[in-house]
Design a binder for this molecule. Structure first.
Ligand code: URA
Length: 243
């Protein structure tokens, strides 16, 4: 008998979405196994025997695992569904027969390094907060942050909903007439985190670009272009960050 796997892992391996997103869909009753809706987490299935349907469509595991690094342009959303129907990053990566989804999020106006994958294990590893995956951002801030403000950004500032940002590394790259280029290295992935942090100390973000993620660098990849990661690169990430 084939190995049983958790339903959400099987779904992620089919390239439907991240494991956590799949859990939400399960709880919402959008998934059936052998004709019956399964709305409970923890269900295991046999990929060789059980028929899993998502929104009525039979799921089959992706033929091969693919991960790409995209240089996201501004003006694209990274969420699967957008209420305003704005362009989606997935439209920029067209590989026949392969459905990829973004690893984490970047804001609509943020540019830079975004991974897209159908590798559920990799997605899980890179998005789980316990793994402290490094994310490097280049932010253009309005004004000239003081030494105290930089210190505050590094040690943690108050964010929305009473949360505090985790310790970060912050350094000035370039100082202009009215703005400052600042590099942030964060080890967690909260929504709008850099924008919130900078706003909290009084120097709002004018432009934001992610230049590094999980040890990968954007290099000279052009905006709107993508590169398929080599097997060794994916393995290297898994070896480095696997707990
Ligand atoms: N922090 C932000 O504020 N926005 C992003 O897109 C990513 C990190």
């Amino acid at each position: 008998m084939a190995e049983q796997v958790r339903l959400q892992k099987f779904m992620a391996d089919c390239g439907v979405g991240s494991r956590r997103k799949c859990e939400e869909w399960i709880v919402q009753g959008q998934v059936s196994v052998n004709g019956g809706v399964v709305a409970e987490l923890g269900t295991k299935i046999d990929p060789d025997r059980d028929e899993v349907r998502f929104r009525g469509k039979v799921l089959r595991p992706a033929a091969g695992k693919i991960t790409v690094m995209l240089h996201k342009p501004a003006g694209y959303v990274t969420t699967v569904r957008d209420q305003f129907n704005r362009p989606n990053v997935c439209e920029l990566v067209r590989i026949p027969g392969v459905r990829l989804y973004p690893v984490g999020r970047l804001d609509y106006q943020t540019t830079g390094l975004l991974l897209l994958t159908n590798d559920g294990d990799l997605d899980y590893l890179l998005t789980h907060p316990k793994n402290h995956i490094p994310r490097v951002y280049e932010a253009v801030l309005r004004g000239h942050p003081t030494a105290d403000a930089l210190q505050e950004l590094e040690s943690g500032v108050k964010l929305a909903k009473g949360k505090k940002s985790a310790p970060a590394v912050v350094r000035i790259l370039k100082s202009g007439t009215n703005a400052t280029h600042v590099e942030f290295t964060l080890y967690e992935g909260r929504n709008h985190e850099v924008r919130q942090m900078a706003q909290a100390v009084g120097y709002p973000v004018l432009r934001l670009k992610r230049t590094g993620f999980a040890g990968l660098s954007l290099g000279n990849l052009q905006e709107g272009h993508y590169a398929v990661l080599k097997q060794e690169q994916v393995e290297d990430i898994k070896n480095r960050y696997q707990p």
